[in-house]
Design a protein around this ligand. Sequence first.
Ligand code: APR
Length: 178
Amino acid sequence: MKIYILQGDITEIKADAIVNAANSSLLGGGGVDGAIHRKGGKAILEACVVIRNRQGGCETGEAVVTTAGHLPAKFVIHTVGPVWNGGNKGEERLLENCYVNSLKLAVENQVKTISFPNISTGIYGYPKDKAAAVVFKVLTQLPEEIKEQLDVVNLVCFDQENLLIYKAAECSFLNKKH
Ligand code: APR
Protein backbone atom coordinates (compact mmCIF):
# COMPACT_ATOMS: atom_id res chain seq x y z
CA MET A 1 0.00 0.00 0.00
CA LYS A 2 1.53 3.34 -1.07
CA ILE A 3 0.57 6.68 0.45
CA TYR A 4 0.69 9.83 -1.70
CA ILE A 5 0.22 13.37 -0.40
CA LEU A 6 -1.24 15.49 -3.18
CA GLN A 7 -2.46 19.07 -3.48
CA GLY A 8 -5.56 19.71 -5.51
CA ASP A 9 -9.27 19.25 -5.98
CA ILE A 10 -10.26 15.71 -4.95
CA THR A 11 -13.00 15.68 -7.61
CA GLU A 12 -10.36 16.01 -10.33
CA ILE A 13 -8.16 13.12 -9.20
CA LYS A 14 -8.94 9.67 -10.63
CA ALA A 15 -9.35 6.95 -8.01
CA ASP A 16 -11.55 3.92 -7.46
CA ALA A 17 -13.08 5.68 -4.46
CA ILE A 18 -13.28 9.33 -3.42
CA VAL A 19 -14.03 9.96 0.24
CA ASN A 20 -16.47 12.74 1.07
CA ALA A 21 -16.43 14.76 4.29
CA ALA A 22 -20.19 14.63 4.62
CA ASN A 23 -22.65 15.54 7.35
CA SER A 24 -25.01 13.17 9.09
CA SER A 25 -27.95 14.12 6.86
CA LEU A 26 -26.11 12.89 3.72
CA LEU A 27 -27.93 15.66 1.85
CA GLY A 28 -24.83 17.62 0.82
CA GLY A 29 -23.36 20.85 2.09
CA GLY A 30 -20.42 23.14 1.43
CA GLY A 31 -16.72 22.39 1.21
CA VAL A 32 -15.68 19.10 -0.33
CA ASP A 33 -19.24 17.79 0.17
CA GLY A 34 -20.55 20.57 -2.05
CA ALA A 35 -17.87 19.97 -4.69
CA ILE A 36 -18.55 16.22 -4.82
CA HIS A 37 -22.30 16.63 -5.20
CA ARG A 38 -21.97 19.50 -7.66
CA LYS A 39 -19.52 17.71 -9.94
CA GLY A 40 -20.77 14.18 -9.36
CA GLY A 41 -24.35 15.03 -10.20
CA LYS A 42 -27.74 14.08 -8.85
CA ALA A 43 -27.12 10.32 -8.93
CA ILE A 44 -25.00 10.71 -5.79
CA LEU A 45 -27.73 12.56 -3.88
CA GLU A 46 -30.33 10.05 -5.08
CA ALA A 47 -28.20 7.21 -3.71
CA CYS A 48 -27.71 9.12 -0.45
CA VAL A 49 -31.48 9.56 -0.08
CA VAL A 50 -31.96 5.78 -0.48
CA ILE A 51 -29.48 5.22 2.35
CA ARG A 52 -31.13 7.94 4.42
CA ASN A 53 -34.55 6.35 3.95
CA ARG A 54 -33.09 2.99 4.93
CA GLN A 55 -30.97 3.95 7.92
CA GLY A 56 -31.73 7.60 8.63
CA GLY A 57 -28.43 9.19 7.60
CA CYS A 58 -24.87 8.53 8.79
CA GLU A 59 -23.51 8.71 12.32
CA THR A 60 -20.29 10.58 13.06
CA GLY A 61 -17.35 8.26 12.45
CA GLU A 62 -19.39 5.95 10.24
CA ALA A 63 -19.19 5.62 6.44
CA VAL A 64 -21.53 4.71 3.59
CA VAL A 65 -20.83 4.07 -0.09
CA THR A 66 -22.63 5.35 -3.18
CA THR A 67 -22.08 5.71 -6.89
CA ALA A 68 -19.61 8.42 -7.91
CA GLY A 69 -21.89 9.74 -10.67
CA HIS A 70 -19.85 11.80 -13.14
CA LEU A 71 -16.72 11.88 -10.94
CA PRO A 72 -13.52 10.06 -12.10
CA ALA A 73 -14.19 7.22 -9.66
CA LYS A 74 -16.36 4.15 -9.16
CA PHE A 75 -17.54 5.06 -5.68
CA VAL A 76 -17.94 7.92 -3.25
CA ILE A 77 -17.48 6.89 0.36
CA HIS A 78 -19.30 9.39 2.55
CA THR A 79 -18.04 9.67 6.10
CA VAL A 80 -19.03 12.13 8.80
CA GLY A 81 -16.18 13.68 10.71
CA PRO A 82 -16.43 15.02 14.26
CA VAL A 83 -16.98 18.69 14.91
CA TRP A 84 -14.00 19.95 16.93
CA ASN A 85 -15.19 20.70 20.47
CA GLY A 86 -11.91 21.30 22.26
CA GLY A 87 -10.62 17.73 22.01
CA ASN A 88 -12.23 16.20 25.09
CA LYS A 89 -15.42 14.91 23.48
CA GLY A 90 -13.96 11.85 21.78
CA GLU A 91 -13.10 13.73 18.60
CA GLU A 92 -9.84 11.87 18.00
CA ARG A 93 -11.44 8.43 18.15
CA LEU A 94 -14.31 9.55 15.93
CA LEU A 95 -11.89 10.92 13.33
CA GLU A 96 -9.90 7.68 13.46
CA ASN A 97 -13.16 5.81 12.88
CA CYS A 98 -13.86 7.90 9.77
CA TYR A 99 -10.62 6.73 8.15
CA VAL A 100 -10.81 3.12 9.37
CA ASN A 101 -14.48 2.66 8.40
CA SER A 102 -13.90 4.27 5.00
CA LEU A 103 -10.93 1.95 4.36
CA LYS A 104 -12.95 -1.10 5.46
CA LEU A 105 -15.77 -0.15 3.07
CA ALA A 106 -13.20 0.38 0.31
CA VAL A 107 -11.77 -3.12 0.79
CA GLU A 108 -15.28 -4.62 0.88
CA ASN A 109 -15.87 -3.04 -2.54
CA GLN A 110 -12.55 -4.23 -4.04
CA VAL A 111 -11.27 -0.66 -4.19
CA LYS A 112 -7.54 -0.42 -5.00
CA THR A 113 -7.04 3.35 -5.01
CA ILE A 114 -8.76 5.68 -2.55
CA SER A 115 -8.52 9.45 -2.07
CA PHE A 116 -9.20 11.19 1.24
CA PRO A 117 -9.75 14.89 1.85
CA ASN A 118 -8.56 16.31 5.17
CA ILE A 119 -11.73 15.30 7.00
CA SER A 120 -13.11 17.70 9.66
CA THR A 121 -10.37 20.32 9.11
CA GLY A 122 -12.64 22.79 7.33
CA ILE A 123 -16.09 23.75 8.52
CA TYR A 124 -15.82 21.28 11.42
CA GLY A 125 -12.76 23.08 12.76
CA TYR A 126 -10.51 20.15 13.68
CA PRO A 127 -6.96 21.51 14.15
CA LYS A 128 -5.11 20.57 10.97
CA ASP A 129 -1.94 19.33 12.68
CA LYS A 130 -3.87 17.15 15.11
CA ALA A 131 -5.97 15.73 12.25
CA ALA A 132 -2.85 14.89 10.24
CA ALA A 133 -1.41 12.99 13.21
CA VAL A 134 -4.63 10.97 13.41
CA VAL A 135 -4.40 10.06 9.71
CA PHE A 136 -0.83 8.74 9.99
CA LYS A 137 -1.66 6.94 13.25
CA VAL A 138 -4.50 5.10 11.47
CA LEU A 139 -2.42 4.34 8.37
CA THR A 140 0.50 2.95 10.36
CA GLN A 141 -1.76 0.82 12.57
CA LEU A 142 -3.88 -0.60 9.75
CA PRO A 143 -4.28 -4.39 9.91
CA GLU A 144 -2.12 -6.17 7.31
CA GLU A 145 -5.19 -7.67 5.62
CA ILE A 146 -6.40 -4.18 4.77
CA LYS A 147 -2.97 -2.91 3.70
CA GLU A 148 -2.53 -5.92 1.40
CA GLN A 149 -5.77 -5.22 -0.45
CA LEU A 150 -5.13 -1.52 -1.11
CA ASP A 151 -2.63 -0.25 -3.67
CA VAL A 152 -2.81 3.52 -3.19
CA VAL A 153 -4.09 5.92 -0.53
CA ASN A 154 -4.10 9.55 -1.72
CA LEU A 155 -4.20 12.22 0.97
CA VAL A 156 -5.54 15.17 -0.99
CA CYS A 157 -4.81 18.58 0.50
CA PHE A 158 -6.83 21.44 -0.92
CA ASP A 159 -4.84 24.19 0.73
CA GLN A 160 -1.09 24.79 1.02
CA GLU A 161 -1.29 24.82 4.83
CA ASN A 162 -2.56 21.26 4.97
CA LEU A 163 -0.05 20.17 2.32
CA LEU A 164 2.88 21.40 4.43
CA ILE A 165 1.38 19.85 7.58
CA TYR A 166 0.92 16.46 5.89
CA LYS A 167 4.44 16.50 4.41
CA ALA A 168 5.84 17.27 7.88
CA ALA A 169 3.66 14.62 9.52
CA GLU A 170 4.80 12.06 6.95
CA CYS A 171 8.46 12.85 7.72
CA SER A 172 7.97 12.48 11.47
CA PHE A 173 6.01 9.26 10.92
CA LEU A 174 8.79 7.88 8.64
CA ASN A 175 11.49 8.90 11.17
CA LYS A 176 9.62 7.10 13.95
CA LYS A 177 9.59 3.92 11.84
CA HIS A 178 13.38 3.71 11.57
N1 APR B 1 -11.00 18.85 -2.81
C1 APR B 1 -10.24 18.48 -1.74
N2 APR B 1 -10.38 19.03 -0.52
C2 APR B 1 -11.31 20.00 -0.38
C3 APR B 1 -12.14 20.44 -1.43
C4 APR B 1 -11.95 19.82 -2.69
N3 APR B 1 -12.69 20.15 -3.76
N4 APR B 1 -12.97 21.42 -0.96
C5 APR B 1 -12.63 21.59 0.34
N5 APR B 1 -11.64 20.76 0.68
C6 APR B 1 -10.94 20.61 1.96
C7 APR B 1 -11.00 21.78 2.90
O1 APR B 1 -10.02 22.75 2.57
C8 APR B 1 -10.68 21.07 4.22
O2 APR B 1 -9.27 20.95 4.37
O3 APR B 1 -11.58 19.55 2.66
C9 APR B 1 -11.27 19.66 4.03
C10 APR B 1 -12.53 19.41 4.82
O4 APR B 1 -13.29 20.62 4.84
P1 APR B 1 -14.90 20.62 4.71
O5 APR B 1 -15.24 20.27 3.32
O6 APR B 1 -15.35 21.92 5.26
O7 APR B 1 -15.37 19.40 5.62
P2 APR B 1 -15.44 19.27 7.20
O8 APR B 1 -14.51 20.19 7.90
O9 APR B 1 -15.32 17.81 7.44
O10 APR B 1 -16.93 19.77 7.53
C11 APR B 1 -17.99 18.96 7.09
O11 APR B 1 -19.00 20.78 5.93
O12 APR B 1 -19.46 20.82 3.71
C12 APR B 1 -19.99 20.60 4.94
O13 APR B 1 -21.76 19.04 4.56
C13 APR B 1 -20.47 19.19 5.11
O14 APR B 1 -21.58 19.69 7.17
C14 APR B 1 -20.43 19.07 6.60
C15 APR B 1 -19.20 19.86 6.98
